[in-house]
Design a protein around this ligand. Structure first.
Ligand code: RP5
Length: 167
């Protein structure tokens, strides 16, 4: 199975990345995690992207906050699919990172998930790998079914709680 390369701009992004690594671990998908910054360590970030395909990665996740150019800088140096996670910082609630990550020019796409969306980034990476992996696709189908069952259980509980209440 191809592995997922995860890059974060700073170790302060780690809580968001943990949501992704927890999800990938639960699906038994191999991954590697690095701290490379588009601004502070641009050479290392570029080298990682340039070598990612030959190093066995099938998809990359890049998380950064503030002027979040990491996902775009990674995407500029590989044709592997790149998933961007905008991370919220102390100011602007992540809007700065969201716009910096999502507004890529034609030719260099970044699939941007929600602000702090580490879980969905991992699931999207899993779905990309599952295009060529029937076992993983079956696991993702089973997860969808169990997630839906959990929501329906909440419906049963909440609707019962309010069943006797008159407006
Ligand atoms: C970005 O700047 C990082 O991705 C992080 O979200 C933000 C702040 O970094 P630190 O100052 O916490 O290292 O490049």
């Amino acid at each position: 199975m191809k592995s997922v390369g995860i890059i974060m701009g700073s170790d302060s992004d780690l809580p968001v990345i943990r949501k992704a690594t927890d999800m990938l671990t639960s699906l038994a998908i191999p991954f590697e995690v690095h701290v490379f910054s588009a601004h502070r360590t641009p050479v290392e970030a570029r080298d990682f992207a340039l070598n990612a395909r030959r190093n066995g990665f099938g998809v990359l996740i890049a998380a950064a906050g503030m002027a979040a150019h990491l996902a775009g800088a990674i995407a500029a140096n590989t044709t592997l699919p790149v998933i961007g996670i905008p991370c919220a910082s102390a100011y602007l609630d992540g809007m700065d990172a969201l716009l910096s990550t999502v507004q890529m020019p034609t030719g260099i796409p970044v699939a941007t998930v929600a602000v702090n969306g580490g879980g969905n980034a991992a699931l999207l990476a899993a779905q990309i790998i599952a295009v060529e992996d029937a076992d993983l696709a079956a696991k993702l189908d089973a997860k969808r079914a169990s997630d839906a069952a959990a929501v329906l259980a909440k419906d049963t509980r909440i609707s019962a709680e309010f069943a006797g209440v008159q407006a």
